[in-house]
Design a protein. Structure first.
Length: 155
């Protein structure tokens, strides 16, 4: 990725807020899911911290790479990156014996790697502070694409 590229203001805001909430979100979904499955993780702090740290770093790096990519070349979106980031937490939950809930057809078809249904449906599912930056980024991207198509005579 060309690091000389500057993030747009909406992209920078989304990345900054994501950086401040991602670790807490990941820890929260793992602890809550373990507890609902009857597994006490209070004695697994070191392992939990390692997963949260590693997976958060991967997610934030992927988010930054996406936000630095020209909008016409983006093949995913930021919220989808959060949905994909549940693979590591899922593996950890399985490794500590948390039983997966019964599958439902929609989740199994759409999110086969998310056995515990950890992935967010909306920005607010990650953290309410991501709601506005996520929507602003989406509006900025749509406006950017529409302006380009208009300038190209395609709209």
């Amino acid at each position: 990725m060309d690091r000389d590229v500057q993030l747009s203001e909406p992209s920078a805001q989304l990345l900054n807020v994501a950086a401040s909430v991602t670790g807490d979100w990941m820890r929260r979904i793992m602890v809550k899911t373990a507890a609902s499955g009857g597994v006490d993780v209070s004695g697994m702090t070191t392992e939990l911290d390692a997963v949260v740290s590693s997976e958060s770093a991967h997610l934030l790096a992927a988010l930054e790479d996406l936000l630095l990519t020209d909008v016409d070349d983006q093949r995913t979106n930021p919220l989808s990156l959060f949905r994909s980031a549940v693979v590591g937490p899922t593996e950890w939950l399985r490794s500590v014996g948390v039983p997966a809930p019964p599958p439902d057809r929609f989740s199994a078809e759409r999110f086969p790697d998310d056995l515990y249904r950890l992935g967010p449906a909306t920005w607010a599912d990650v953290d309410r502070r991501l709601h506005e930056p996520g929507l602003m980024w989406g509006a900025w991207k749509a406006m950017t694409v529409l302006r380009r198509r208009r300038d190209e005579g395609l709209r």
